[in-house]
Design a protein around this ligand. Structure first.
Ligand code: AMP
Length: 207
């Protein structure tokens, strides 16, 4: 199954992707995670991307398209993939159609006012990449799952969050129309408990 997760930052795409990938035995390909790994390694792509990411801007299409093209050519993608965070522009969607056309696109929908609260309180584990909200962490200072260090992503600071939401509405939301016209779009209400969102995604995927 070739799957794309659409939806604004903070919609819960990463959390849901983990369960869906396990269920369908496909790799979870998060372009945000790939870029953060490139930054941590200090590669040329990472250095280039960091400038855009720190400002809440999109990294140029050609960088992302090349990165995803290489990743999709790896052997673990033979049975499909789940792309989380790509495509984010119509140009990227057109490029993906040429590389490996997705079967289903799931749009996880959450209103902006909820996203702001989710993103400002989000903490990420440096080790297992799990995400948690401060309201659920209580006194915990390390990851409840693996004991790894919890951090706040640089782009989860309030000034950058608003920019990312603006970028989502102007550049990524048009993809909802794009995939609706392709006939591959499934809309899911992301404004409910994570296990309910998961059930709704499975229903959208036909089990
Ligand atoms: P994410 O973890 O998906 O929220 O991505 C974090 C940041 O990485 C975004 O705000 C962008 O700066 C950059 N990024 C990730 N995926 C893409 C993409 N498909 N196109 C352009 N920039 C991206």
């Amino acid at each position: 199954m070739k799957l794309v997760f659409l939806g604004p930052p903070g919609a819960g795409k990463g959390t849901q992707a983990a369960g869906v990938c396990q269920r369908f035995a496909i790799p979870h390909i998060s372009t945000g995670d790939m870029l953060r790994a490139a930054i941590a390694k200090g590669t040329e792509t990472g250095l280039k991307a960091k400038v855009f990411m720190d400002q809440g801007q999109l990294v140029p299409d050609e960088v992302l398209v090349q990165m995803v093209k290489e990743r999709l050519s790896e052997s673990d993608c033979v049975n499909g993939y789940l792309l989380d965070g790509f495509p984010r522009t119509v140009k990227q969607a057109e490029a993906l159609d040429m590389i490996s056309k997705p079967d289903v696109t799931v749009d996880v929908e959450v209103p902006d006012e909820k996203l702001l609260a989710r993103l400002t309180g989000r903490r990420v584990c440096m080790a297992c990449k799990g995400t948690f909200h401060v309201t659920k962490l209580g006194d915990a200072t390390v990851c409840p799952d693996c004991g790894g260090e919890l951090i706040q992503r640089d782009d989860d600071k309030p000034a950058t969050i608003q920019k990312r939401l603006d970028v989502y509405h102007s550049q990524t939301a048009p993809l909802i129309d794009y995939y609706e016209k392709c006939g591959s779009l499934k809309k899911v209400d992301g404004d409910q408990a994570p296990d309910k969102v998961f059930e709704a995604i499975l229903v959208a995927l036909g089990g």
